[in-house]
Design a protein around this ligand. Structure first.
Ligand SMILES: NC(=O)c1ccc[n+]([C@@H]2O[C@H](COP(=O)([O-])OP(=O)(O)OC[C@H]3O[C@@H](n4cnc5c(N)ncnc54)[C@H](OP(=O)(O)O)[C@@H]3O)[C@@H](O)[C@H]2O)c1
Length: 299
């Protein structure tokens, strides 16, 4: 059995994907802007991910912008039939690398066409609407016009399935009155557990929860408890952080990001780790974690 098979599978719409996937945001240049230092290295990470069985890649055309999707196309097109590429729309980049909302129906339609062109696809498997009511975290407010616009793009056959990102429970409920929602992508990791209740609610509804920044984002998680558990299990702290997420709920799909083949292999091997009850309890009670999420609003 491979590491990914040990992680198990969960539904993303009608497709089943391994619970361990890959997030492509780290493949762009510094600040998720411009080209990477080493494009060949980025291509190598993607090819290794597929070689190791990854069948779920998370991306966006505003990484780069455009560059991450173009690298995915260069590395992996024509895509394997079992690969699900999930992208997100709702933001754009300023010339100064800033993250700006792009939520009008015209901008959402343009973003879908940009993703199709840069990924080399005729239809997008799953598209997340990234709420930009606040760039820094979920904030209440109506997403109805955007979700309606996405449902229209779905009816036109450009999008198969719709997800939401950076959203509140209420926004999810409201969106589900407009169209089916197959996944929710919010900030969640060992140190950021605001969505604990939401994860359980979504699990009961068989909706995938895809934590972004599963390792803490631009400043990976640091904690003495995490290091201690990792040492005892002869694993790395990042592997333990991922293993804890895999144990947290069956509807969690992981998309750890990395620009390094070594880190990719390490992350995918986290499914090999069996966390004893004592370690789970220590991690559940974990305090003093450096809340390592950069203030950057990377989306
Ligand atoms: N919806 C949203 O608003 C939103 C926001 C942010 C991200 N996302 C998505 O979520 C995915 C994951 O987030 P993320 O990549 O920003 O954060 P992450 O997965 O929490 O962490 C990535 C960081 O951890 C490092 N890292 C990865 N594996 C490591 C290992 N084994 N040991 C030590 N360091 C390691 C990476 O550096 P190296 O490159 O050196 O490995 C990188 O700095 C993204 O790719 C993106 O698709 C979505």
């Amino acid at each position: 059995m491979t590491s990914l098979e040990k992680a198990g599978w969960y539904s993303l719409g009608p497709r089943r994907v391994h619970r361990l996937g890959y997030g492509a945001m780290q493949l762009a240049g510094a600040g998720v802007f411009g080209p990477p230092k080493d494009r060949n290295a980025a291509v190598a990470v993607l090819r290794e991910a597929i070689e190791l069985g990854v069948d779920h890649i998370d991306t966006s055309d505003f990484y780069g912008p455009h560059i991450t999707n173009q690298i995915i196309r260069e590395a992996l097109h024509p895509y394997r039939d079992d690969l699900t590429i999930v992208t997100k729309i709702g933001a754009k980049r300023g010339a100064d690398a800033s993250w700006l909302p792009a939520t009008s129906p015209d901008e959402l339609t343009q973003a879908v066409h940009d993703n199709l062109r840069n990924l080399g696809l005729d239809v997008l498997d799953v598209v997340n609407l990234r709420s930009t009511i606040s760039m820094y975290g979920p904030a209440e407010g109506s997403l109805e016009p955007q979700v309606t616009a996405m449902a229209e793009l779905q009816q036109r056959g450009l999008i198969r399935h719709i997800g939401l990102s950076n959203v509140t429970r209420r926004q999810i409920e409201d969106a589900r009155h407009i169209c089916p929602i197959v996944c929710v992508q919010n900030l969640y990791n060992l140190a950021h557990r605001d969505d604990d209740g939401l994860i359980d609610t979504l699990a009961a509804e068989s909706i995938a929860y895809v934590p972004f920044f599963p390792l803490g984002g631009f400043s990976p998680l640091q904690s003495s408890t995490l290091s201690h558990v990792a040492t005892r299990l002869e694993a790395t702290p990042m592997q333990v952080a991922l293993a804890w997420l895999l144990r947290r709920s069956p509807n969690i799909l992981l998309i750890p990001g990395t620009s390094s083949v070594a880190h990719l292999r390490e992350n995918l091997a986290s499914a090999e780790i069996s966390l004893p009850e004592g370690a789970m309890a220590a991690l559940n009670d974990l305090d003093g974690v450096k809340k390592g999420v950069d203030v950057s609003p990377a989306v």
